[in-house]
Design a protein around this ligand. Structure first.
Ligand code: GLP
Length: 261
């Protein structure tokens, strides 16, 4: 894993933005895996601003979102469909048929999971997967004890996740208890992963994901098994890391090597 410590949220968003742009410039037809939540909002704002300045073209970009709540209509303000359209898709020239999110209202949810997994395969797999992290160390909605070999499946949210996400709903009771989420194996199949985290409330989850053992109890720790995973965090999210200075040292030295890599 490459651990990159940004000074603050703005710096974190700038760096994630540069990584996504580089990917899109190098491969016009890019398959992006996208995440919801507050963390990637700065990244999406920057991509929208680029598009307004005509610096980025989404016409050949294909997207797959990590997850969606079960039972929410796409027009529901807290659905991930709504979030993604509001924050990104409605403001760029992406072809609507290239946008993919699980359908949390499918009559047969098991079939929907299989359909979603097959659609990712048909697109040739994900080139770059953007990830956030939950306080319990989840990625997507892969809550503790989810198999590290899981594919897209129906997840039951932990009470902690329900509580964290309640801030977006009128009350805790309104937060769906189930979601469709890409599995850990699905995520690990992406060519490249960028896990973003900001704020002290994420510091412990980041520490367990990066420095703890690989365990289904902290599903983000599975990224330790990925060949090309970047953990992009700000100072506050990095505050619990034991080897923080070493990660900085690696980055400084790598920058010196940059021209030769
Ligand atoms: C939800 C999403 C995750 C996201 C997490 C953190 O649980 N399913 O994909 O990473 O929230 O959200 P935030 O970035 O708002 O802290």
């Amino acid at each position: 894993m490459d651990i990159i410590i940004a000074s603050d949220y703005e710096d974190l968003s700038d760096r994630a933005h540069r990584m996504v742009l580089t990917q899109m410039e190098e491969h016009t037809r890019t398959v992006l895996g996208l995440a919801t939540g507050s963390t990637p909002e700065g990244l999406y704002e920057r991509l929208v601003a680029d598009h307004r300045g005509e610096e980025v073209d989404f016409s050949k970009t294909i997207t797959f979102n990590l997850d969606e709540y079960v039972g929410l209509d796409p027009s529901h303000e807290q659905s991930y469909h709504y979030f993604m359209h509001e924050k990104l898709f409605d403001h760029v020239n992406i072809n609507p048929s290239n946008i993919h999110l699980p359908n949390g209202q499918a009559l047969n949810l098991t079939h929907e999971c299989e359909r979603y997994e097959a659609a990712i395969d048909r697109a040739g797999g994900i080139d770059l997967q953007v990830l956030g992290i939950g306080r319990d160390g989840h990625i997507g909605f892969n809550e503790p004890t989810t198999s590290l070999q899981s594919r897209t499946h129906i997840a039951t949210l932990t009470p902690e996740t329900v509580e964290d996400n309640a801030r977006f709903f009128d009350s805790k009771e309104d937060v769906p208890r189930f979601a469709i989420t890409m599995g850990i194996r699905t995520i690990l199949d992406a060519q490249k992963c960028i896990l973003m985290a900001s704020g002290e409330h994420k510091a412990e989850a980041v520490r367990r994901a990066v420095e703890g053992p690989v365990t289904a109890s902290v599903t983000a720790s599975a990224l330790q098994m990925h060949r090309n995973a970047i953990v992009l965090i700000d100072e506050a999210a990095a505050s619990a890391l034991e080897r923080k200075d070493y990660y900085r040292w690696i980055q400084e030295n790598k920058e010196r090597l940059a021209g030769r890599l």
